[in-house]
Ligand binder design. Sequence first.
Ligand SMILES: Nc1nc2c(ncn2[C@@H]2O[C@H](COP(=O)(O)OP(=O)(O)OP(=O)(O)O)[C@@H](O)[C@H]2O)c(=O)[nH]1
Ligand SMILES: [Mg+2]
Length: 349
Amino acid sequence: MRGQVTFICMPTNVTPEYKEAEEAYRKAREPRERLDCLREMLRTIPKHKGTDHLQADIKTRIKHLTEELAGPKKGGRRKGPSHVVRPEGAAQVCLVGPPNAGKSSLHARLTGSHSDIGPYPYTTHLPVPGMLPYEDIYFQLVDLPPVSGDFMESWLINALQPTDGVLLVIDVSDPDCLEQIPVILERLAEKKAFLTPAWPGLESAEPEQPNQAEDPFRLDLPAVLIANKSDLDPDPEEVETLEELLELRFPALTVSAKTGDGLDELGSFLFRALEIVRVYTKMPGKPADKDKPFTVRRGGTVLNVAGLVHKDIARDLKFARMWGAEVFDGQQVGPDHLVSDGDLVELHL
Ligand SMILES: Nc1nc2c(ncn2[C@@H]2O[C@H](COP(=O)(O)OP(=O)(O)OP(=O)(O)O)[C@@H](O)[C@H]2O)c(=O)[nH]1
Ligand SMILES: [Mg+2]
């Protein structure tokens, strides 16, 4: 039903077992893992009138995800999910926007992908992953089909589940974008996906949304407005005017996929806004791997880094020696020690 958003308030008398399953669902990124969590939520939810809505919602999601995982039948063989891109790199960011805004052109320019580009709307039909290099790390950018008042792929919300942020791409030279943005926000909100200006690493004046923590299926995604085709619209203030008119407070970048103008800013914006922390590792007695950092988000620990190296290393980790801005050279720290950008960590088992 368009234009209506139902919020499910969590009944207060759920069991700790249910809460744990719900927490695991929120954190799960892989579709199969999310399906297991949903089943666990259904198993542990107290069965009474107060949870009827939530039970129904969980069942619908189990049904959809099961279908999605089964994939289309091809010659009797079932394929895996084709609409959810497995996250890789420092973070996953999806391109969302109206038809013809230049999402695929940006994707191709930023990642070197061969995403289809066309002078007509509805060119892109499937998610296309690609990697945007930034210093010594990569961000994964996922090109998506357009969202409009007429059309949104049924699987689009599923594709957004694992993402860390959204590039809301518009054609700033097209006056229609004034109507297109609210329509996109509304279509996503109907499916409980909310684009927010609140990135973890940016100061935000946006007040906390009510019910945010209550509905396990609510998806809050930080978004940056990408005002594309600036080569066709020479007014540098255009995007500010647009945001004022629409009463939006997204951070914004004015760019051109055609000339490349403004695109250099994107990597550093994502790095700051997502609070990416790069950590270099070494094993005792071996040289440091200074080429390829592991990445966590601010608040990540030595144990989180060890887990990225290998789960057995995380399991057996006793302590670490660290070199970096916040420690003295070779300082011994425990697994729970917070890491900062540029740290070198020697893992001891
Ligand atoms: N002048 C100019 N044209 C652009 C720019 N970016 C994209 N275009 C053109 O805009 C048209 C649409 O580009 P696409 O990249 O296919 O747009 P899209 O948003 O992926 O479109 P859908 O997949 O249909 O949603 C193409 O003709 C592009 O060449 C830009 O920065 N400047
Ligand atoms: Mg496209």
